[in-house]
Write a protein that binds this ligand. Sequence first.
Ligand SMILES: Cc1cc2nc3c(=O)[nH]c(=O)nc-3n(C[C@H](O)[C@H](O)[C@H](O)COP(=O)(O)OP(=O)(O)OC[C@H]3O[C@@H](n4cnc5c(N)ncnc54)[C@H](O)[C@@H]3O)c2cc1C
Length: 448
Amino acid sequence: MFDYDLFVIGAGSGGVRASRVSAGLGARVAVAEERYLGGTCVNVGCIPKKLFVYAAHFAEDFEDAAGFGWSVGERRFDWARLRANKDREIERLNGVYARLLDAAGVTRIEGRARLVDAHTVAVGERRYTAEHVLIAVGGWPSLPRLPGIEHALSSNEMFHLEELPRRAIIVGGGYIAVEFAGILHGLGVEVVQLYRRELFLRGFDDDARAALAAEMRKKGIDLRFGAIPVRLERSGAVRRAILEDGSALEADAILFATGRRPLTADLGLEAAGVALDPNGAVVVDAYSRSSVPNVWAIGDATDRLQLTPVALHEAMCLAQTLFGEKPLRPDHEDVASCVFSAPPLGCVGLTETEARARYGDVKIFRTSFRPLKHTLSGRDEHTLMKLVVDRASDRVVGAHMVGPDAGEIIQGIAIALKLKATKAQFDATLGIHPTAAEEFVTMRTPVA
Ligand SMILES: Cc1cc2nc3c(=O)[nH]c(=O)nc-3n(C[C@H](O)[C@H](O)[C@H](O)COP(=O)(O)OP(=O)(O)OC[C@H]3O[C@@H](n4cnc5c(N)ncnc54)[C@H](O)[C@@H]3O)c2cc1C
């Protein structure tokens, strides 16, 4: 009756996974992609960002080497080479995604897709019918409507800059802003980061936020909180941000990393009866079903947790729900994440504030120390680790870290939280010595 069992709009993290797994379960699947295979994560998100984070870290690695007896010769950074190497890797990944879809028997369609009605999708002049339609269109940077905003860049452009600026202003307090501050600073750019509230990374643990701000300032990143740009200007190559207090800042580039909105406009959703929230996110139930029974949505388009592993997980669950043995609801509890800042901030579970609100009585374990490596490197950088424990059940309900390898370490701790480990079980676990991670199993005295 229909051309396809499932028509997926968007071949990003969620769309590709949903297509492949559904096809693997025997469904006839087509996926439309208007821009790039692999979506945000592969092209202008996680992957190129992390490659840039590695690039930026070499600056400190070269300095730190001296304390270990190494003399490092002349250092020069070539932005064009990094960008070209990154582009080559992304191109390779685009090819991998195409081959994965082809091998799974998914029909790939290039172009922008729109819903005509609940069972019909148009791409250009062609129309396709499908029993189920999946909205996996992701999100797009959202910049405020300020006079002169056309002089600003979004994170998308940061991956393709012709030249590295000498001075940059970064506006925003979310993880993308914080990460670009670290990347640009590491690559030798003078960075000022502006954020309108009193401290960046709202929603993360307060101690971790404060520790990261302190470390970034020590490195020389100029963090200015309570700073609100109201207008941008440009004269020649120089960009100027005029702040609410009347002061002005100059730079060669201004990045606005001020949030992302679901890419759901002009997709025919409203006409088909698909309900959107005020931010444009598709409203879905626990199984990712929209207000129209055969239209589903996953990933950033639903604005639940904007992370690639979450989009992948929602995709796997959806494929099972539609074509597997039984419906599966995605689980959004205790999702670990990492801000790849300088140094990184990793976390899983509840912040101290959230845990106090939920459990009332909590115990806090916290340690701050200079990593062994820096006893010889001489670098003044401290690592913070923190556990939040529900006093009644002794369960560890939150783990937070600011320091090298935070993402790698917290990933392991996340398994323990998922298994509802108690503090006594953390204590019964022997450490690996000497590591920073061992501190997570050796903190014995609560600080609160
Ligand atoms: C700078 C940056 C860094 C990030 N870093 C991380 C990180 O370190 N870790 C992490 O977990 N997450 C990170 N993310 C978030 C992550 O990239 C997203 O959560 C993830 O990509 C969401 O997947 P998705 O499938 O929902 O959407 P996307 O990956 O955005 O894919 C959507 C796809 O749909 C296509 N599309 C849109 N509309 C249409 C249409 N009408 N027709 C056809 N195709 C269409 C788009 O072109 C796109 O390819 C980062 C994001 C950014 C911007």
